[in-house]
Each structure stands twice: as C-alpha cells, then as structure tokens.
Design a protein around this ligand. Structure first.
Ligand code: F6P
Length: 360
C-alpha cells in the first residue's frame, strides 16, 4: 500500500456545488484505501498562513454526510492574493513563504487544491516556489478551465438556470411579457448557452458572439406576429452593451462586478418592440445548491483520481474530464488554455438549428 502519508486539502476561489462531495471522496480514498491522514485547511491559503495553521482532521465517517451538502465545509475566499495580500494597515504583503511554512508545519506530504483557473495559478506558483507536492481539481460554475470538458459546479448551475427559465416561461406567457434572465459565467457564456437550449429560450446572448439590438427585437416581433406574444431571453453577465461597454455594478467598498446587462437589454427591448419586460438576475443561487447527480459523480471521480496521483507521486497535475474518463494533465496546460464558448461549438450550432436567436 506504499508509505504512510499526511495530505492536505483546500477549496479556493468562489464556492460552488460539489466541493464537499470532492472532500468526501478524497477522504474516503486516502483514509479508506491507503490508510493516510487527511487534513482540511480552512479558508483556502489563509488557513496555511495562520500560525498555527487552521485545519480540521477529516474522517470518512464525518465526510460521508457531505455528499449532498452545498458550499464548502472548509470555507473559501476569492480575495486576498497571497503574493499581494492586503494587510490591516492598508499595505500589500507577499505572504507566500508563510503558506509554504504552514505546509511544512503541518508535516504534509502533498496538497490537493480545488479551484478555478485564477486560484489554481496562484496555488501552483506557491507550490513551485516551495517545491511542494501539489495536485489540482477544477471547479467553477463558469466551466472556463481549459482541457477539461467539465468543472465541478457547472452542471448544478446549468440546472438552476434551466429551472429558472422553465418558471419564467409560465409567467411570461400569462402576462404576454418578455422575461430576461441574467446568469453568471464571468467572461464565458457556457451557462447561458447550455441553460438557454435546455430551457427553451428564444434568445441567447453570450459574450463570445456579438449581437445587435435590432436582431434581438426582430426575433421578438416575429414571434409576436406569429401569435406568440411572449419571449424568454437569457443573457450572460459579461455580455456588453451594443456599443461594446462592459456593464458593472460597484459596491460601497468600491469593488466593481459584472452585472446589469439584463436591465440594459430590458429597456431597449421595450423600446424596440413595445413589449413589457421584466428582469431576473439569478446571481449566487447558481452557486449555493445541493449538487446535481452529475456534479456528485464528477466530484467522486476527481477526488479518487487526485489521491491516486499522490499515491503514484505524480505532482503538478490536474484531473480533467475527457471523453467519459478522468485524464490527468500538467496544471499549466489547463490554466493556460482558457475555455470560452467556441462560436463553432456544437451547442452554438444546435441553438441556431433550433431557430434560437443568438443576436448576430
Ligand atoms: O467565478 C464564479 C463566479 O460565480 C462568476 O460567475 C461571478 O462573476 C463571480 O464568481 C461572482 O463573484 P462574487 O462571489 O465575488 O460575487
């Protein structure tokens, strides 16, 4: 069974459904199969920066209850780059060496990081700097990590957005309205194109395909002329205005986030069609959920495979999903190949084939 190991696991970046299912799978494989020890690190790299490091011992009996639990029991953060960490006095400090010290203080033989492309790039940089044994698992509702066909959390987010479209259809039809659903996805339109097809949207707008308001309004007017007095539109949060401006909202801390394209479209669609419009911004409901069966399967397969990589001492690798299998590739290959929607993608062709307007 090989030598005894002590491994750490952390979740980093925005949460999503399925993270706890990964933690469970890693624990079952590492403790159950290899008889290793597993420690869960709190709040991503922040748990390793603390002295002493903030951790929780993971046991299969405890982890078993986490298969269906949304969020992450370890906590996470998508702020505070450890190479420029904001300190209370307002300065930025490089805290990467403190993280490396935390790894050694815990006596870890390897670390598993579950993250998106941004946080995995940071974790990999720290691992290379400290010569740490690191294995990565991709997660993000945006599904934009390269190489892997799927990242944990994406399927659940698509299910939620699809269910929202189903609901909006009923109320749209009852009131003869145009309902606009704004979904997340950062710079990639994967959630919108998938949910848009699955949920029968009449218009799908994604950042990868430029649109004109006239094309969108024409589609809605045509439906009206054909006796369909309502329409449902799904739009990715990163879709720009017709003239190319990114639409954002800023909070009282001065932080600027994507948001507001749904409202922008609603006003222009009303002007261009005379229809009454309403906007739904789905927001974080896409992340905080019980994981779908597909996300649980993916989480289980990735968790087991990541532990097996450590058993084989294969590091600087990420587990990916390709052609119905888990395939490990160098982390750099995945994070260096940002995966937006390819306008020649099957789903784009499918949407066009169904007569869905993509705005172009
Ligand atoms: O990357 C995941 C994601 O949910 C994006 O789709 C979204 O733009 C962003 O995170 C929201 O981040 P926050 O939780 O900081 O509002």
């Amino acid at each position: 069974m090989g030598e005894h190991k002590r491994i750490g696991i952390l979740t980093s970046g925005g949460d999503c459904a399925g993270l706890n299912a990964v933690i469970r799978a890693v624990t079952r494989r590492a403790v159950g199969t290899y008889n290793w020890e597993v420690v869960g690190i709190y709040r991503a790299t922040q748990g390793l920066m603390s002295d002493p490091p903030q951790v929780m011992k993971l046991e299969p009996e405890k982890a078993d209850a986490w298969l269906t639990l949304g969020g992450t029991v370890l906590g996470t953060t998508n702020k505070g780059n450890p190479f420029a960490f904001p300190m209370p006095d307002g300065t930025l400090r490089d805290r990467s060496e403190e993280i490396i010290a935390g790894y050694h203080q815990l006596g870890l033989d390897a670390l598993i990081g579950i993250g998106g492309d941004g946080s995995l790039a940071i974790l990999r940089k720290i691992a290379l700097q400290g010569n740490l044994n690191f294995v990565a698992i991709p997660k993000t509702i945006d599904n934009d990590v390269g190489i892997t066909e799927r990242s944990i959390g994406f399927d659940t987010a698509v299910n939620i957005a699809t269910e929202a479209l189903d609901r909006l259809h009923f109320t749209a039809a009852s009131h003869d309205r145009v309902m606009i659903l704004e979904v997340m996805g950062r710079d990639a339109g994967h959630i919108a194109i998938s949910a848009g097809i699955a949920g029968g949207a009449n218009v799908i707008l994604i950042p990868e395909i430029p649109y004109t308001l006239e094309n969108v309004c024409r589609k809605i007017r045509e439906r009206h002329e054909q006796g369909q007095s309502f329409s449902v539109v799904i739009v990715s949060e990163a879709v720009c205005t017709e003239t190319g401006e990114t639409v954002t909202v800023s909070d009282r801390f001065g932080e600027c986030r994507l948001g507001g394209i749904g409202r922008y479209l609603a006003d222009r669609i009303s002007d261009g069609t005379g229809a009454e419009t309403r906007v739904t911004v789905l927001g974080h409901t896409q992340r905080g959920a019980i994981p779908s069966p597909l996300d649980r399967l993916l989480a289980s397969a990735f968790g087991v495979a990541a532990v097996d990589l450590i058993a084989n001492e294969q590091y600087d690798q990420i587990v990916t999903w390709q052609n119905r299998q888990v395939v490990n590739v160098p982390i750099l290959e995945a994070i260096g190949n940002y995966q937006a929607v390819d306008p020649k993608d099957t789903l784009v062709k499918t949407a066009r084939g169904l007569g869905i307007c993509l705005g172009d």
